[in-house]
Design a protein around this ligand. Sequence first.
Ligand code: C2E
Ligand code: MG
Ligand code: MG
Ligand code: MG
Length: 283
Amino acid sequence: YLAKRERHAVRRFQADLGAAALERLELEQALRVGIDRQELRLYYQPIVQARSLELVALEALVRWQHPTLGLLPPGRFIPVAETSDLIVRLGDWVLREACRQLREWRAQWPGLCMTVNVAPRQFARPGFAASVRALLAEYALDPDALILEVTEGAVMAEDGTPHEAAMAGTGLNLALDDFGTGYSSISRLHRLPAQWLKMDRSLIQDQGEPEGGRSSRPIVRALITFAHEAGLKVVAEGVERPEQLRELQDWGCDLIQGYLIARPAPPEALDLHGLFYPAPLTR
Ligand code: C2E
Ligand code: MG
Ligand code: MG
Ligand code: MG
C-alpha cells in the first residue's frame, strides 16, 4: 500500500514539475514575443542626496505591459529571463532605452545620471563593457552619466578578487546592488571595483525604530563607515519613513532612494521639476 502511495506521489511530483517547466517555457516564449512587440516599459525612481534631497540619478526599473495580464513587475519575469540568453536581449533593450531617455532629460538637466540593473549573465558576456561604451558614444553621453547596478556575485570571484570583466570595464561606473543580502563581506569592501554601495532595503527596515536586540542598525552604521574608508558612496534603498531618513542623514549616508522620496514612475508621470535640481555626479 505504501509503495503504491509513494509511486503515486512520485508521479504527482513529476507532473507538477512538468507543469512548472511548461509554465516557464511558455512565459519565456511570451516574453520573447513581448520584447519584439515592444511591450517592455521603463519606470524610473529618483536617487537623491541624503542631506539636500537634490536629485542625483534615476534608477531604470523594467516592467512588462502584458496584453492580458497587465503591468508585470520584474520579479515575475526577470528570473525566467535570467535562465537563458533572453536576459541579454532584455538587458540590451533596457540599456538602450535608458540611454535614449537620459539623453533627452540631460538636455534639460545636464548633471542628471541614470542607473541600470545588469544581470550577472549579461555582465559576464565578452565585450559587454565595450558595447556599453559604444552605446554611450552613440547617444553622446558622458560615461559618468551612467552607473551599472550589479550584484556582488557578478563582479567578485569566490576568492574575493574582482572578476576580469569588472576590471576590463574601466571607465564605467558600477554600483553594488542589494548589499547586505547573501554573503556580503565588509572585509572585501576595499577591493570592490565599484563607486557606489547600495544597502538593501532589508537592512534599512529597522532604521529609525527603537533599538532592539536583533536590530541591523549597528551594521548599517558600520557599513557606512567602512564604505567611506574604501572610497565608496553609500546609497540606502527602500527608505519609507522620515525617521529612517533622519538617522541615515545623521550617520553620513550619501544617497537615498525609496517611497519616501518617490515611487518608480513612467517618464510621463515623473515630475523632475518637482524634484530638486540635480547636483553634479559623485566621484
Ligand atoms: P533592485 O534593483 O534592488 O530595485 C529596487 C526595488 O525596490 C524596485 O523593485 C523598487 O520599486 C523597490 N523599492 C524602491 N523603494 C522602495 C521602498 O521604499 N519600499 C519598497 N517596499 N520597495 C521599494 P522592482 O521595480 O519591482 O524591481 C525588483 C528587482 O528587479 C530590482 O531590484 C532588480 O534586481 C530587478 N530589475 C529591475 N529592472 C531590471 C532590469 O532592467 N534588468 C535586470 N537584470 N533586473 C532588473
Ligand atoms: Mg537596482
Ligand atoms: Mg537594489
Ligand atoms: Mg534591493
